[in-house]
Design a protein around this ligand. Structure first.
Ligand code: IMP
Ligand code: MG
Length: 174
């Protein structure tokens, strides 16, 4: 993956905005009394900021960071907790906000440790899903787009910490 760079736009900023609005509406219909959002850093930070700005009910936020890919585009299968939450999840309606579900290992790990903290409900929203790469069967209630097995960057997603700032989602090529 030496000379890779973002080439074709896979999902445009307009399509992303439309879908994010729909997801926000869906989540609000399910939780009209409000939610506590757990954002998974760093990849979900832009998705999070667009998603929560489409919500009118009570929304509280917390952040956690995990590391699943050392550097590059293949999963190590190992998930490490780099930053934990600041507040308790006890009795709350919690929605995990993540950028992408690929093998499913990261989300499986996150759901397990967060469920152990006794939330009233625990659901997951992912902007992207690559079902063909799944290694574990993980439940994701809100999915923005289902994509093929391509490595994508932009709108928060990175390749070796680059390209998170691109406004569209693009595929890496040469
Ligand atoms: P999983 O544990 O294999 O499901 O991997 C999830 C994590 O891998 C995501 O949170 C991303 O950080 C990263 N990831 C997986 N696929 C991509 C991609 O196409 N572009 C950028 N990051 C990705
Ligand atoms: Mg991530």
């Amino acid at each position: 993956m030496a000379d890779l760079r973002p080439t074709d736009v896979l999902i445009s900023r307009d399509k992303i905005q439309t879908r994010v609005r729909e997801l926000a509406a869906e989540i609000q219909r399910d939780f009209p009394d409000g939610i506590h959002v757990v954002c998974v850093l760093k990849g979900a930070f832009i998705f999070l900021s667009d998603l929560v700005r489409q919500m009118k009910g009570p929304v509280s936020l917390d952040f956690m960071a995990v590391s699943s890919y050392a550097k590059g585009t293949t999963s190590s299968g190992e998930v490490r907790l780099m930053k934990d939450l600041d507040s308790s999840l006890d009795g709350r309606d919690v929605v995990i906000v993540e950028d992408i579900v690929d093998t499913g290992l990261t989300l499986t790990y996150l759901q397990e440790i967060l469920r152990a903290r006794n939330p009233k409900t625990l659901r997951t929203a992912c902007l992207l899903s690559k079902p063909s790469r799944r290694q574990v069967d993980v439940k994701v209630e809100y999915i923005g787009f289902t994509i093929e097995d391509r490595f994508v960057v932009g709108y928060g997603l990175d390749y070796a910490e680059q390209y998170r700032n691109l406004p569209d989602i693009a595929v890496m090529g040469s």
